[in-house]
Write a protein that binds this ligand. Structure first.
Ligand code: NAD
Length: 370
């Protein structure tokens, strides 16, 4: 009897509950049709938790997240909570999850399904079939380095300071994630920094090279300066498999890569922490989009980003690559058949609802599994 995976669902606010509901349906399908069961638990995060508990994330829900094999989040926030105290705003719940789970590696795939290649602002031949993964360091670098602040100078000017700082272990742990993931993909890592002008970049390149030599020599490694990488991403993005980079460059490059795909409703993400003594890695999966208050409650949101986040969970937390492939194949088939939610619809395609898209994905899973 296969062991069950414990999965904490945090649907959150706005369209979060609508899109996470489709994941629940796919998880049920997998329990019935594949050799895996999920113990699903659900909790509150963001505005809905503020309404009920006066806190965007309670200690109990945090404890559930620490215990779960993986966490899937919908989205948080919305105008209803714009005026709440900054310390307990909806996003504070998400930030606490990331901090307490020590999620230091952020994974943002950019995948262009052939049926949607015309949604990109780039030419079809540049992006069609694109499948790259950006691994961004998430808890270090210039966003956290000290000293930082705005200081008054004796001559009356002001000085703004942030510090880019990385240690060997911070570089090694995120690079190890990138190398590991590359082994499950096309086995290529491109490490990105600015070693030509930054000492922290020089250290980054030296340490990635050292780790590669010691533990990951089977993976193909290349290095690139961040400004060149920004250009290469729009010139010839298919040259990349996995890109690993620091917090600041990763912030920019992952948004740039995301836009190659042309649609916010299609973008999944994962954030990973360290592996514990039992081999378990803390992990949070979530769509890149927010709570979309303008369409919330209307059953029109695109659930694909969240379904792809679930597929990432199967692949990266549970080593269930075949099942992840199956979900991605089902989504590809549905898109090839011209099934579209409003955000990716065109004049030639019919529009379906959020749950309608879920119906089509389940049907495609049925026929692929036959
Ligand atoms: P958003 O991503 O919620 O929406 C931007 C636009 O994209 C909207 O027009 C929306 O309708 C559309 N959109 C987003 N997801 C879609 C989907 N799945 N299907 C179809 N259309 C979709 O960004 P925003 O409007 O800047 O922010 C709204 C709220 O979400 C804010 O409160 C913000 O703080 C919050 N937010 C949360 C997260 C998160 O939970 N990780 C991320 C970003 C924004």
């Amino acid at each position: 009897m296969p062991s069950n995976k414990t999965l904490l669902l945090l649907p959150g606010d706005g369209i979060g509950p609508e899109v996470v509901a489709q994941v629940r349906r796919v998880a049920d399908w997998m329990a019935k049709n594949r050799a895996v069961g999920f113990d699903l638990k659900e909790g509150l995060v963001g505005g809905c938790s503020i309404d009920k508990n006066d806190s965007p994330l309670t200690d109990e829900t945090m404890a559930d997240a620490m215990e779960a094999d993986a966490v899937l989040l919908g989205a948080v926030g919305g105008p209803k909570w714009d005026a709440v105290d900054f310390a307990i705003r909806p996003e504070a719940g998400l930030l606490r999850l990331r901090k307490d789970m020590e999620l230091f590696a952020n994974l943002r795939p950019a995948i262009v399904f052939p049926a949607l290649a015309d949604h990109s602002t780039l030419k079809r031949e540049v992006v069609e079939g694109l499948d790259i993964l950006i691994v961004r360091e998430l808890t270090g670098g210039v966003y956290f380095g000290e000293p930082r602040g705005i200081f008054n100078l004796p001559d009356g000017q002001r000085k703004g300071v942030n510090t880019q700082v990385y240690t060997t272990s911070e570089i090694h742990r995120v690079a190890a994630v990138a190398f590991d993931l590359a082994r499950k993909r096309s086995n290529k890592v491109c490490s990105v920094e600015k070693m030509n002008v930054m000492e922290s970049g020089r250290l980054w390149r030296e340490e990635v090279t050292k780790l590669h030599k010691e533990k990951f020599a089977d993976v193909e490694l290349s290095h690139m300066l961040a400004d060149n990488c920004a250009m290469q991403l729009v010139r010839y993005p298919k040259q990349f498999d996995v890109i690993v980079t620091d917090n600041l460059f990763g912030d920019m490059l992952s948004d740039e890569a995301a836009m190659l795909t042309g649609s916010l409703g299609m973008l999944p993400s994962a954030s990973l922490g360290a592996t514990d003594a039992t081999g378990k890695r803390k992990a949070l999966y979530e769509p890149v989009h927010g709570s979309a208050p303008d369409i919330a409650g209307k059953n029109v949101a695109n659930p694909i980003a969240t379904l792809l986040s679930f597929a990432m969970m199967l692949r990266y937390s549970f080593d269930m690559g075949d099942d992840a492939d199956l979900i991605e194949k089902a989504i590809r088939r549905v898109l090839d058949d011209g099934v579209r939610t409003g955000d990716i619809a065109s004049a030639e395609t019919a529009k379906v609802s959020t749950s309608g898209m879920g119906d089509h994905v389940l049907k495609a899973l049925d026929s692929l599994a036959r």
